[in-house]
Design a protein around this ligand. Structure first.
Ligand code: FMN
Length: 450
């Protein structure tokens, strides 16, 4: 390909699916009679094998290292505990053959020599199906559990992340080749030191595929330089097209091709045989996602006080929040806003739209922008349009029910997409890199010899 071509984005005309099995969240209906457990292996086995039957590219686990707490209790919207990602993915490797296994791991509290080794282990165990979703983790209450305490400033987190990922790549690159023995990797930086010779050979896909999640300009530039796939927060069509344009520009500026970084936004699907049934189902799903207690608990995060005497089906509390500013322990939704100002704004918004507490909280917490609701055929037509223009490379789907939430997607939506020629009929290969259509990295001295 010429330099000119590499700078112009070429849509693949295809989309792929990943499954995002959530832990800490309000999107999965854990309390429904049909819901499984977030810790039983059977939940994971059912969902990963369903995904593989539907030719999903990847099974994805996020990372929440500490529960959010407020008023001295774990946050009522959070699921209490979910097994460690790498342990679970190693077990899932044994009951699957083709699907990629993505572990979210942060760069702020890990160390590169150790993490590179653990990810290599997963990559070898799975026959080249491992991926690492690189995140920096944006809260101090997580940091309080690590020996350094606290956490890094935003700008420092990405500097640290860059050095971390480059060091991990150097370790993966340093295994012996026909041109020489394994090489020692030395790094002495502000946050960690490394003096390591790799202990494991390359996997069938060379090294784990790198995902990235983090949406600031620094996060996007970091992804443009380092990542293979972005787990994005931009699923809506126009927003997805704009995000693609932005990432293409950043990856070309970083000296990589326009197609170097794939994009898979977070998404939710509420499907049925007809559009009307799907709309009715959506109302039911939403009512279960945010029950009365969850609605009150959500507001308590921001108000900093007990609100249990308020009617979840009534208006937002007239009483003011007890604090002016939130602390970082009080939930990720806040992001430094002033509590009283926010309460005024929300009361006005809820009044304007005629929303009760529960309806208002649902509108704030549900994946409103990320939800595809409709008949199988209507949603398939809509997704085919994403494929045609190359708005995304795929979707990372959060099922609203575990473990059966993917069944209708695999049984009904996937065949509709296959009929339209926009979704794989089969896995291309056995490694994640092959199945995503990513190029194999080449070590610089090998490139010279080749
Ligand atoms: C779609 C998406 C998913 C994320 N998933 C996780 C996660 O599972 N665990 C985590 O610690 N952080 C997660 N993050 C947060 C990132 O770690 C990052 O700290 C945060 O987005 C702040 O970086 P930013 O300012 O670049 O967005 C996620 C971010 C996005 C956009």
């Amino acid at each position: 390909m010429t330099q000119h071509n590499r700078a112009i984005f070429q849509p693949s005309g295809q989309i792929q699916f990943g499954i995002f099995f959530q832990g800490v969240n309000s999107g999965t209906i854990w309390k429904a009679a049909e819901a499984g457990s977030q810790t039983d292996f059977e939940s994971f086995r059912h969902i990963v094998q369903t995904a593989e039957r539907g030719k999903f590219a990847a099974f994805f686990l996020g990372e929440g290292l500490r529960l959010r707490e407020h008023l001295g209790r774990p946050h009522a919207l959070d699921v209490v505990g979910r097994p460690d990602a790498q342990t679970m993915l190693a077990a899932l490797a044994a009951v699957t053959t083709n699907i990629g296994l993505v572990a979210t791991q942060n760069t702020t509290y890990n160390d590169p020599a150790d993490l590179a080794h653990r990810l290599s282990s997963l990559d070898l165990i799975s026959g080249g199906r491992a991926a690492w979703n690189v995140v920096t983790t944006d809260n101090a209450w997580t940091g309080a559990n690590f020996r350094r305490g606290g956490y890094l400033d935003h700008a420092d987190r990405y500097k640290h992340a860059e050095a971390f990922v480059e060091t991990a790549k150097r370790i993966w690159d340093s295994w012996e080749t026909s041109s020489g023995p394994a090489r020692r990797v030395l790094h002495e930086g502000q946050h960690y030191t490394v003096d390591v010779t790799p202990r494991l050979p390359r996997s069938a896909q060379y090294r784990p595929v790198l995902f990235q999640a983090g949406d600031s300009p620094e996060g996007r530039d970091f992804a443009a330089r380092q990542a293979d796939v972005i787990f994005s927060a931009h699923p809506k069509f126009d927003d997805a097209v704009e995000f693609r344009r932005d990432i293409v520009a950043r990856s070309v500026a970083a000296g990589r091709g326009a197609n170097a970084v794939q994009i898979m936004p977070a998404s939710e699907f509420i499907l049925a045989a007809t559009d009307q049934e799907a709309q009715e189902k959506k109302a039911w799903v939403r009512s279960l996602q945010i029950g009365p207690q969850q609605a009150i608990a959500y507001l308590e995060q921001f108000w900093g006080r007990e609100l249990s005497s308020y009617d979840p089906d009534g208006p937002l509390p007239e009483i003011d929040p007890v604090v002016e500013e939130t602390s970082e322990t009080r939930g990720s939704g806040f992001h430094g806003a002033k509590a009283r100002q926010l309460a005024d704004q929300w009361r006005a918004e809820a009044k304007d739209k005629g929303l009760t507490i529960r309806q208002f909280v649902t509108s704030k917490t549900a994946r409103i922008d990320a939800t595809f609701t409709g008949s199988y055929t209507a949603v398939a037509d809509h997704l085919a349009e994403y494929a045609r223009v190359g708005a995304v490379d795929g979707f990372n789907i959060s099922p609203w029910l575990i473990p059966t939430g993917l069944d209708e997607i695999v049984n009904h939506l996937v065949p509709e997409l296959q009929d339209r020629g926009v979704y794989p009929m089969e896995y291309r290969g056995t490694t994640l890199r092959e199945n995503l259509g990513l190029e194999t990295p080449v070590r610089s001295d090998e490139a010279v010899r080749a």
